[in-house]
Write a protein that binds this ligand. Structure first.
Ligand SMILES: *Cc1c(COP(=O)(O)O)cnc(C)c1O
Length: 385
């Protein structure tokens, strides 16, 4: 019996050298498409209404706290941060009337969503979410090689409670107020889902501070509820990346087992804590954004544009051109016209329910004036101007 010659060291080496490392990736990863964030233009002069950031600066206490944390010489930066973000957890627990072990802090709420998917989602445990909603969910599930169950809205954007309850998913992500529509789901309907759906219900409340209602009070009655919040939108702190989950202690314990041990850096912990402690400033920010939003909703109504009743810091509106036409091409035309004049909004052409619409972040009153004037110019412009 002849034994095949062993490859010499030299040829094994060259074999290994010739392997394209990317071919070693897990098959599901090679098929992945990363989440597409909104544009972050670097030049000056943009009216940036595309990623739902706050148009106002955060509480002045935030910069003070960050400077204090850095200190005169940055010596504190030698040391790892508090691994559990404990002072922030304690403050958040007090703020929401929960126990400390019912809060988990993340590097943005995206980190929290990722932890939830890591713990609860897989090939056998499907992940449910609505379409349209936050387009990060399917990306996180795909990274995990998990299965998705999607529930399509109709144009009413009302919550399809019965269809959600009937899914076989183990975890369901519900965005309320929803993105990109801004429509908030009443607690009574969320509670119907919590009762009828046997899995875990994650209510992603990135925009809840701008809404009339939120689901935190439902935590007492429903073990299968997770509420996810962020400092990015209403606290004007998208740049520091802090978000958190509120849930029963057992769920929080699982999230803590899979997260990075130092997932929130020192400066971010200090910044979020300072912002949370300045509630009067926070309430002022939210009130200003809501007032501008409501004025802009009236402005779109006066134009005769169909617009969902936003409870968020953005508005989802259906542009209608001078001839009264709506649709994907009209929305695309308005988007282009605005973009060419450095007004940046968001268009989601890939879904039939979103393609005729633009999502416009609520900016300052001055920014909304520029938006409205540019839309007036678009209406008067010849097609393809
Ligand atoms: C902005 C947003 C988030 C992400 O928030 P970060 O805390 O900045 O990661 C989560 N969910 C929804 C629906 C959002 O719009």
């Amino acid at each position: 019996m002849s034994v095949p010659a062993r490859p010499s060291r030299a040829s094994a080496f060259s074999l290994r050298m010739s392997t394209d490392p990317s071919s070693l990736a897990l098959p599901h990863v090679t098929r992945l498409h990363a989440y597409t964030p909104g544009l972050q233009p670097t030049g000056a002069g943009w009216v940036k209404l595309n990623t739902n950031e706050c148009p106002y600066p955060p509480s002045p206490r935030v910069a003070e706290a960050v400077r204090r944390e850095v200190g005169a010489d940055g010596a504190s930066l030698r040391l790892y941060p508090n691994p559990k973000s404990s002072p922030l957890r304690v403050a958040l627990a007090r703020y929401h009337g929960r126990a400390e072990n019912e809060v988990c802090v993340g590097n943005g709420s995206d980190d929290i969503l990722n932890l939830l998917v890591r713990v609860f989602a897989g090939e056998k445990a499907a992940t449910g979410f609505t379409l349209p909603s936050y387009s990060l969910y399917p990306v996180l599930v795909a990274i995990q090689d998990g299965a998705c169950e999607t529930i399509e809205f109709d144009r009413s954007m009302r919550l399809p409670v019965d269809r959600i309850a009937a899914t076989k998913a183990g975890i369901f992500f519900l965005t309320s107020p929803n993105a990109p529509t801004g429509v908030a789901f009443p607690n009574a309907e969320i509670e119907c889902v919590l009762r009828a759906f046997p899995g875990l219900v994650v209510v992603d409340e990135a925009y809840a501070p701008f809404a009339a209602e939120n689901a935190v009070s439902l935590l007492d009655r429903h073990e299968n509820l997770v509420v996810v919040r962020t400092f990015s939108k209403a606290y004007a702190l998208a740049g520091i990346r802090v978000g958190y989950a509120l849930a029963r202690a057992g769920v929080i314990d699982l999230l803590d087992r899979v997260r990075d041990s130092y997932n929130v850096n020192r400066l971010s912990q200090a910044a979020a804590l300072a912002a949370l402690e300045d509630q009067p400033y926070f309430e002022g920010l939210v009130a200003r954004v809501r007032a501008t939003r409501d004025a802009q909703l009236r402005a779109f109504a006066a134009r005769g544009w169909f617009t969902y009743p936003s409870q968020a810091n953005f508005i989802f509106t259906e542009p209608r051109d001078a001839r009264g036409t709506t649709g994907r091409a009209v929305a695309e035309s308005a988007y282009r016209f605005l973009y060419d004049r450095k007004v940046l909004v968001r268009h989601f052409p890939s879904h039939a329910l979103t393609a005729p619409f633009l999502r416009i972040t609520v900016g300052t009153d001055d920014e909304m004036l520029v938006l409205n004037q540019t839309l007036d110019a678009w209406l008067k412009a010849p097609p393809n101007a």
